[in-house]
Write a protein of this length. Structure first.
Length: 166
C-alpha cells in the first residue's frame, strides 16, 4: 500500500476555513448541521462526542479493511506514520496559520488527526471499493471552507446522525 500524493496537493490548495461561521450554501453535497459561534465550534470539536464519532468512523474503516483486505490493512500503521510526517511538513503550516487567524489554535491536533485519517482513507479508497465514506465527507467539509466540529446524533445508533460544521 502506498499513500496517494494527490491528496496532499489537494489539501495544500484548500483555502482553509474561509467560510467558517458563514451560512451553508443550498448546494452543499450532503446534509449537515451548522454551528454558529467559534467558541461553540471549538468546544464541540474538543468534546468527547466528536472524538468518539471519529473513532467509530475509523473503526468502521479498519474493520472493513481487516475483514476484506487483510494484506493491505497490514500497512495501516506505516502509512499512518508516513502520512503524519508529510501532513505536518506540507499541510499543517497553512492550516495552523489559518487557525491562528481565526483564533482556533487549540484545534490543530484535532484537524491534523482528521487530515491524516483522510489521507489514509484516500489511499485505501483509491484501491478498494466499499470503504465507509465518513472521511470523504470530512474532506468535502474542509474543501468547502468549513470546519467539521461535531456530530448530531447518538453514538449508540452510529452512523445515524449528521456532521456539525462551523
Amino acid at each position: 500500500m502506498e499513500l496517494n500524493s494527490e491528496i496532499y496537493s489537494k489539501m495544500i490548495a484548500i483555502d482553509w476555513f474561509r467560510h467558517s461561521g458563514s451560512e451553508l450554501p443550498s448546494d452543499f453535497p450532503f446534509p449537515v448541521q451548522r454551528i454558529s459561534t467559534l467558541s461553540d465550534a471549538v468546544n464541540s470539536a474538543l468534546g468527547h462526542m466528536w472524538q468518539d464519532v471519529r473513532t467509530e468512523a475509523q473503526g468502521d474503516m479498519t474493520g472493513h479493511l481487516a475483514r476484506r483486505h487483510a494484506d493491505a490493512y497490514a500497512s495501516w500503521n506505516s502509512l499512518a506514520r508516513e502520512s503524519r510526517q508529510r501532513m505536518q511538513k506540507d499541510v499543517m503550516p497553512r492550516v495552523n496559520d489559518r487557525l491562528t487567524q481565526i483564533c482556533a489554535n487549540a484545534l490543530s491536533e484535532t484537524v491534523l488527526l482528521d487530515l491524516n485519517r483522510i489521507a489514509i482513507y484516500t489511499a485505501y479508497a483509491n484501491k478498494f471499493r466499499g470503504i465507509p465514506d465518513f472521511f470523504r465527507k470530512l474532506l468535502a467539509v474542509y474543501e468547502w471552507g468549513y470546519l467539521p466540529c461535531g456530530w448530531n446524533g447518538c453514538i449508540t445508533f452510529w452512523p445515524e446522525g449528521q456532521l456539525i460544521v462551523y
